[in-house]
Design a protein around this ligand. Structure first.
Ligand code: ZN
Length: 160
């Protein structure tokens, strides 16, 4: 028997993905310094990364780009760390609270999605910063999001 203390760094998504579902609220505490954001399209039945207008098949065929943001956060305040999806509007509302400071570490955020449709706007309300939160490295978030999009056939670079 050969022992190996190093877990393989293979392609995987080590955190559950949490979306705020229609007509519900989700309370999170952010554990990364920032979110990662990327332009995407809904294309071929998946959300795929947009590699840039001049080389993107979806752009060239006139498809709308949508920004998607992600953070690592404790869901339900103190639950396990999950990857949490933010929309453009939710991110904008968070920046209004922080006065455009991209440092969102330890913010307590309530996400709320309307009842009308599955893609109703996601509203974010910030309730200050929590003390004593353990920070996770941005690399953990970036690698996870890379892997999510790699499964859909493209690997993103990140804008910050
Ligand atoms: Zn595109």
């Amino acid at each position: 028997m050969i022992f190996d203390p190093n877990p393989p760094a293979d392609v995987r998504v080590p955190y559950p993905i949490v979306r705020c579902s229609q007509g519900s609220t989700l309370n999170i505490v952010v554990v990364t310094e920032r979110w990662v954001g990327l332009p995407t399209h809904y294309w071929g039945g998946h959300t795929v990364w947009c590699p840039g207008e001049d080389v993107c098949k979806a752009c060239l065929s006139g498809q709308i780009k949508r920004w998607q943001g992600y953070v690592l956060a404790h869901a339900l305040d103190e639950g396990p760390v999950a990857i949490v999806h933010l929309t453009n509007l939710a991110a904008f509302m968070i920046l209004e609270y922080t006065q455009n400071d991209l440092n969102i570490f330890a913010l307590k955020i309530q996400l709320m999605r309307g009842k009308k449709a599955a893609n109703s706007p996601l509203i974010a309300t910030v309730h200050g910063r929590k003390q004593g939160v353990k920070k996770l490295p941005m690399k953990a978030l970036e690698t996870t999001v890379q892997n999510i999009y790699r499964k859909n056939g493209s690997a993103p670079l990140f804008e910050r």
